[in-house]
Structure formats: structure tokens, C-alpha cells
Design a protein around this ligand. Structure first.
Ligand SMILES: Nc1nc2c(ncn2[C@@H]2O[C@H](COP(=O)(O)OP(=O)(O)O)[C@@H](O)[C@H]2O)c(=O)[nH]1
Ligand SMILES: [Mg+2]
Length: 201
């Protein structure tokens, strides 16, 4: 998919503030520092896009970026700050659980994990919650430039093994490097296909 325009649209503090304009939303989430802003900028082809909204005080907000005047890339707040608790809402934050579980405009959620790390409990718990709520998601392994391709492959294999203990079917998997601009087409083509298959219905 060619990106002909990308612009910051609005920030929201809760789900009800997001305008019901019928435009599809593809959202990105993960722990802080996993590379969310960098990935959104890389996909949009605009190195300054996600920074526009990254002014202090906005990090707890949902940020919408309009792409090609047709759909949105959505930057969600990072999770994993609060101490683990029994409640998903307390663990992941109400704004996050509301958006990912209740938004009717979110078509797909990309969950980012650092390709160098072994599976982390907080990420696995988050994916379990998504599964329980029937939220469609995929996993993006970020910062692949920080190690060899074979090391990334080995880490993804470990991840898949852990996931297959919980899931019969594995979610779509993407690998990216925002520094080397790798993995861009894979994600953009997936989004394009998702939108075109939905329109035919
Ligand atoms: N080497 C490398 N560094 C990255 C990559 N993506 C993000 N980073 C770095 O990781 C840090 C956190 O990135 P950022 O996009 O702000 O993460 P966010 O907190 O999830 O939005 C920054 O110092 C980025 O430069 C990547 O693909 N490769
Ligand atoms: Mg960020």
C-alpha cells in the first residue's frame, strides 16, 4: 500500500471521545519503549509523526493518525506500569481495556514485543485477555536490527512454543526494524488486505 498522506488527527482520554466517523482503525500497543512510536512513524513514512503527540501529558492518551484520508493508525498508551493485580482493568488501564475490547472501529490490534526478549508475563497476560474478549490481534517483533536474523528466528520460535501452550492457532506474526525500515510492507499489505476483504463482504 502506498501512503500518500499521514497526519495527526486527535488525542482522546476515553473511548467515547473518539468520533464515530466510520473509518477503520489499526492500533498498536505494547510495553513502554518497545518501539511503538518509531514503528508508527516508519509505517507512515514520516519520522516526526508520532512525536507530534508525544508532548508531556499526552502519553496516557489514545492518539489517532489519519492515513490516506481513509483509515487511522492508532497509538495506544503503553501498558505494564501498574503493579500486577487480578483485574485486567487495573493491570492494563481502563482506557486501554475499554478501547481494545469495546471499540467498534478497531479492526485489528498489533501487539509489539521486543524481538530480543524471552516472552514476558505481562505480554502473555495481555494476549490471553485479548483471546478471551475475541479481539483480533497479531504480534510484531520489534528492533530486529539489534541482533542476527537467526537469533530473531530462534527467539520467535521460543515465543511460538509458549503461545501454542495457550492457543490452538497462532496469531499473525510480523518482524520489524524501524531503524532499517524492515517489515513495513508486511504490515501495510496486511492492513490493505484486511480493508479490501472487508469491503467485498
Ligand atoms: N535499534 C533499534 N532501536 C529502536 C527501534 N525502534 C525503536 N527503537 C529505539 O527504542 C527506543 C524507544 O522507542 P519508541 O518508539 O519511543 O518506543 P515506545 O515507547 O514504544 O513508543 C528509542 O530510543 C528508539 O530509538 C528499532 O527498530 N531498532
Ligand atoms: Mg511512544
Amino acid at each position: 500500500m502506498k501512503i500518500s498522506s499521514a497526519a495527526f488527527s486527535f488525542s482522546s482520554g476515553k473511548l467515547s471521545q473518539i468520533p464515530d466517523d466510520g473509518m477503520p482503525e489499526f492500533a498498536f500497543i505494547g510495553r513502554s519503549n518497545v518501539g511503538k512510536s518509531s514503528l508508527i512513524n516508519m509505517l507512515a513514512g514520516n519520522g516526526a509523526l508520532a512525536k507530534v503527540s508525544a508532548t508531556p501529558g499526552k502519553t496516557k492518551l489514545i492518539n489517532h493518525f489519519m492515513i490516506n484520508r481513509q483509515w487511522y493508525l492508532v497509538d495506544l498508551p503503553g501498558y505494564g506500569y501498574a503493579k500486577a493485580s487480578k483485574s485486567d482493568v487495573r493491570e492494563f488501564g481502563k482506557i486501554i481495556t475499554d478501547y481494545v475490547c469495546k471499540s467498534k472501529k478497531m479492526w485489528f490490534l498489533f501487539v509489539l514485543v521486543d524481538s530480543r526478549h524471552a516472552p514476558m508475563r505481562i505480554d502473555l497476560d495481555f494476549m490471553t485477555m485479548l483471546g478471551r474478549e475475541g479481539v483480533p490481534f497479531g504480534i510484531v517483533f520489534t528492533k530486529c536490527d539489534k541482533q542476527s536474523a537467526s537469533q530473531t528466528d530462534a527467539n520467535i520460535k521460543v515465543y511460538e512454543k509458549v503461545l501454542s501452550e495457550y492457543w490452538e492457532e497462532l496469531p499473525p506474526i510480523f518482524r520489524t526494524s524501524s531503524v532499517k525500515r524492515e517489515g513495513r510492507d508486511g504490515i501495510l499489505d496486511f492492513i490493505e488486505q484486511s480493508m479490501s476483504s472487508e469491503t467485498v463482504k
